[in-house]
Design a protein around this ligand. Structure first.
Ligand SMILES: C[S@@+](CC[C@H](N)C(=O)[O-])C[C@H]1O[C@@H](n2cnc3c(N)ncnc32)[C@H](O)[C@@H]1O
Length: 192
Protein backbone atom coordinates (compact mmCIF):
# COMPACT_ATOMS: atom_id res chain seq x y z
CA UNK A 1 0.00 0.00 0.00
CA UNK A 2 1.39 3.37 -1.05
CA UNK A 3 0.60 5.66 1.91
CA UNK A 4 2.38 8.64 0.31
CA UNK A 5 0.07 8.37 -2.71
CA UNK A 6 -2.98 8.30 -0.43
CA UNK A 7 -1.71 11.42 1.35
CA UNK A 8 -1.18 13.13 -2.00
CA UNK A 9 -4.65 12.05 -3.15
CA UNK A 10 -6.20 13.67 -0.07
CA UNK A 11 -5.78 17.06 -1.78
CA UNK A 12 -8.74 16.12 -3.97
CA UNK A 13 -12.36 16.10 -2.83
CA UNK A 14 -14.21 12.82 -2.59
CA UNK A 15 -17.33 12.02 -4.55
CA UNK A 16 -19.76 12.97 -1.76
CA UNK A 17 -21.00 16.51 -2.17
CA UNK A 18 -22.83 16.50 1.18
CA UNK A 19 -19.62 15.70 3.12
CA UNK A 20 -17.42 18.05 1.14
CA UNK A 21 -19.98 20.84 1.61
CA UNK A 22 -20.20 20.09 5.34
CA UNK A 23 -16.42 20.34 5.65
CA UNK A 24 -16.40 23.69 3.90
CA UNK A 25 -19.18 25.01 6.16
CA UNK A 26 -17.38 23.84 9.31
CA UNK A 27 -13.69 24.30 8.48
CA UNK A 28 -13.63 26.83 5.65
CA UNK A 29 -10.81 25.20 3.74
CA UNK A 30 -11.46 21.45 4.02
CA UNK A 31 -9.05 19.42 6.13
CA UNK A 32 -7.23 16.64 4.36
CA UNK A 33 -7.18 13.99 7.10
CA UNK A 34 -10.85 12.94 6.58
CA UNK A 35 -10.25 12.43 2.85
CA UNK A 36 -7.06 10.51 3.60
CA UNK A 37 -8.93 8.22 6.00
CA UNK A 38 -11.64 7.73 3.40
CA UNK A 39 -9.03 6.62 0.85
CA UNK A 40 -7.18 4.46 3.38
CA UNK A 41 -10.47 2.75 4.30
CA UNK A 42 -11.18 1.99 0.64
CA UNK A 43 -7.71 0.37 0.40
CA UNK A 44 -8.01 -1.68 3.60
CA UNK A 45 -11.77 -2.36 3.57
CA UNK A 46 -11.81 -2.78 7.34
CA UNK A 47 -14.80 -4.75 8.69
CA UNK A 48 -14.93 -2.14 11.45
CA UNK A 49 -13.34 1.34 11.55
CA UNK A 50 -13.30 3.47 14.68
CA UNK A 51 -12.81 7.16 15.40
CA UNK A 52 -11.86 8.10 18.96
CA UNK A 53 -12.78 11.76 19.49
CA UNK A 54 -15.57 12.54 17.03
CA UNK A 55 -16.60 16.12 17.84
CA UNK A 56 -18.99 17.23 15.04
CA UNK A 57 -18.73 13.95 13.16
CA UNK A 58 -17.01 15.18 10.00
CA UNK A 59 -14.25 12.56 9.92
CA UNK A 60 -16.66 9.85 11.04
CA UNK A 61 -18.77 10.84 8.03
CA UNK A 62 -15.86 10.15 5.66
CA UNK A 63 -15.31 6.76 7.28
CA UNK A 64 -19.04 6.00 6.92
CA UNK A 65 -18.97 7.04 3.26
CA UNK A 66 -16.08 4.63 2.60
CA UNK A 67 -17.65 1.80 4.62
CA UNK A 68 -20.91 2.24 2.69
CA UNK A 69 -19.00 1.44 -0.52
CA UNK A 70 -17.76 -1.98 0.63
CA UNK A 71 -20.18 -2.93 3.43
CA UNK A 72 -18.25 -2.08 6.61
CA UNK A 73 -19.23 -0.67 9.97
CA UNK A 74 -17.96 2.46 11.76
CA UNK A 75 -17.82 3.23 15.49
CA UNK A 76 -17.39 6.73 16.91
CA UNK A 77 -16.61 7.43 20.56
CA UNK A 78 -16.82 10.82 22.27
CA UNK A 79 -17.56 12.17 25.74
CA UNK A 80 -19.49 15.00 24.10
CA UNK A 81 -22.45 14.54 21.82
CA UNK A 82 -23.77 16.30 18.74
CA UNK A 83 -26.82 15.50 16.59
CA UNK A 84 -24.69 14.53 13.58
CA UNK A 85 -22.73 11.64 15.09
CA UNK A 86 -25.59 10.79 17.44
CA UNK A 87 -28.16 10.30 14.68
CA UNK A 88 -27.65 11.84 11.28
CA UNK A 89 -24.65 9.75 10.16
CA UNK A 90 -26.44 6.46 10.77
CA UNK A 91 -29.59 7.74 9.09
CA UNK A 92 -27.56 8.77 6.04
CA UNK A 93 -25.10 5.86 5.70
CA UNK A 94 -26.72 3.07 7.75
CA UNK A 95 -23.44 1.82 9.23
CA UNK A 96 -22.57 4.04 12.22
CA UNK A 97 -22.64 3.37 15.94
CA UNK A 98 -21.98 6.35 18.19
CA UNK A 99 -20.84 5.63 21.75
CA UNK A 100 -21.37 8.67 23.93
CA UNK A 101 -18.74 7.91 26.55
CA UNK A 102 -15.06 7.94 27.43
CA UNK A 103 -12.86 5.66 25.30
CA UNK A 104 -11.97 3.52 28.34
CA UNK A 105 -15.63 2.99 29.15
CA UNK A 106 -16.31 2.08 25.50
CA UNK A 107 -14.01 -0.97 25.44
CA UNK A 108 -16.65 -3.58 26.30
CA UNK A 109 -19.14 -2.06 23.80
CA UNK A 110 -16.49 -2.11 21.05
CA UNK A 111 -15.62 -5.68 21.97
CA UNK A 112 -19.25 -6.71 21.38
CA UNK A 113 -19.42 -4.87 18.04
CA UNK A 114 -16.16 -6.51 16.95
CA UNK A 115 -17.57 -9.92 17.88
CA UNK A 116 -20.59 -9.16 15.72
CA UNK A 117 -18.98 -7.50 12.67
CA UNK A 118 -15.26 -8.40 12.64
CA UNK A 119 -11.98 -6.87 13.79
CA UNK A 120 -10.90 -3.25 13.84
CA UNK A 121 -9.04 -2.57 10.61
CA UNK A 122 -8.71 1.19 10.86
CA UNK A 123 -8.52 3.43 13.92
CA UNK A 124 -8.31 7.21 14.01
CA UNK A 125 -7.10 8.47 17.38
CA UNK A 126 -8.04 12.12 17.98
CA UNK A 127 -9.38 12.17 21.55
CA UNK A 128 -7.62 13.27 24.76
CA UNK A 129 -4.30 14.26 23.18
CA UNK A 130 -2.21 13.31 26.20
CA UNK A 131 0.58 10.72 26.23
CA UNK A 132 -1.13 8.76 29.02
CA UNK A 133 -4.56 8.88 27.35
CA UNK A 134 -3.29 7.83 23.92
CA UNK A 135 -1.14 5.06 25.41
CA UNK A 136 -4.12 3.73 27.36
CA UNK A 137 -6.24 3.69 24.19
CA UNK A 138 -3.61 1.71 22.30
CA UNK A 139 -3.36 -0.74 25.22
CA UNK A 140 -7.16 -1.12 25.39
CA UNK A 141 -7.87 -1.46 21.66
CA UNK A 142 -4.78 -3.16 20.16
CA UNK A 143 -6.22 -6.62 21.00
CA UNK A 144 -9.14 -5.91 18.60
CA UNK A 145 -6.96 -4.96 15.61
CA UNK A 146 -6.68 -7.23 12.60
CA UNK A 147 -3.19 -8.06 11.33
CA UNK A 148 -3.36 -5.58 8.41
CA UNK A 149 -4.86 -2.74 10.45
CA UNK A 150 -3.81 0.90 10.28
CA UNK A 151 -3.68 3.06 13.42
CA UNK A 152 -3.72 6.77 12.61
CA UNK A 153 -3.09 9.36 15.32
CA UNK A 154 -3.47 13.11 15.20
CA UNK A 155 -0.43 14.27 17.18
CA UNK A 156 -1.27 17.94 17.74
CA UNK A 157 -0.43 20.22 19.46
CA UNK A 158 3.14 20.81 18.34
CA UNK A 159 5.50 18.01 19.26
CA UNK A 160 3.95 17.12 22.61
CA UNK A 161 2.90 13.67 21.41
CA UNK A 162 6.14 12.83 19.59
CA UNK A 163 7.07 10.64 22.58
CA UNK A 164 3.84 8.67 22.24
CA UNK A 165 4.47 8.07 18.56
CA UNK A 166 8.01 6.91 19.32
CA UNK A 167 6.63 4.60 22.02
CA UNK A 168 3.88 3.05 19.85
CA UNK A 169 4.94 -0.60 19.39
CA UNK A 170 4.42 -0.89 15.62
CA UNK A 171 7.35 -1.35 13.20
CA UNK A 172 5.94 0.46 10.15
CA UNK A 173 5.27 4.04 11.23
CA UNK A 174 5.05 7.15 9.08
CA UNK A 175 4.60 10.77 10.12
CA UNK A 176 3.08 13.52 7.97
CA UNK A 177 3.69 17.01 9.24
CA UNK A 178 1.51 19.92 8.07
CA UNK A 179 0.09 18.03 5.12
CA UNK A 180 -2.85 16.02 6.48
CA UNK A 181 -3.53 18.54 9.26
CA UNK A 182 -2.35 22.12 9.23
CA UNK A 183 0.08 22.85 12.07
CA UNK A 184 0.35 19.26 13.28
CA UNK A 185 1.74 15.84 12.57
CA UNK A 186 -0.51 12.93 11.73
CA UNK A 187 1.08 9.54 12.41
CA UNK A 188 0.15 6.48 10.37
CA UNK A 189 1.11 3.05 11.75
CA UNK A 190 0.50 -0.03 9.59
CA UNK A 191 0.50 -3.47 11.15
CA UNK A 192 0.55 -5.57 7.97
C1 LIG B 1 -10.18 17.44 18.15
S1 LIG B 1 -11.74 16.84 18.56
C2 LIG B 1 -11.98 15.56 17.39
C3 LIG B 1 -12.08 16.02 15.95
C4 LIG B 1 -12.51 14.95 14.98
N1 LIG B 1 -11.72 13.74 15.15
C5 LIG B 1 -12.38 15.39 13.54
O1 LIG B 1 -11.49 14.90 12.81
O2 LIG B 1 -13.19 16.24 13.10
C6 LIG B 1 -11.43 15.96 20.02
C7 LIG B 1 -12.66 15.28 20.61
O3 LIG B 1 -12.20 14.29 21.54
C8 LIG B 1 -13.14 14.17 22.59
N2 LIG B 1 -12.48 13.50 23.71
C9 LIG B 1 -11.47 13.96 24.48
N3 LIG B 1 -11.09 13.05 25.39
C10 LIG B 1 -11.86 11.94 25.17
C11 LIG B 1 -11.96 10.65 25.77
N4 LIG B 1 -11.14 10.30 26.77
N5 LIG B 1 -12.87 9.79 25.31
C12 LIG B 1 -13.70 10.13 24.29
N6 LIG B 1 -13.66 11.35 23.68
C13 LIG B 1 -12.75 12.23 24.11
C14 LIG B 1 -13.59 15.61 22.82
O4 LIG B 1 -14.86 15.65 23.44
C15 LIG B 1 -13.58 16.20 21.40
O5 LIG B 1 -14.88 16.17 20.83
Amino acid sequence: MDIDALVEGSKDPIDDTWLEGLQTRIHGTPHRHPRFLYRLALELKPPVSMEMGVEWGVTSGYLCAAAAEYGGQVIGVDIKTHPRPAGELHERYGNYTFLHMDTQQAVSYVERLVEEHGPLGLVYQDSAHTFAGFKQEWTDYAPFLDDRAAWVANLYPGDTLAGYWKWLPVKKKYAYRDSLYRGATVGVAVLG
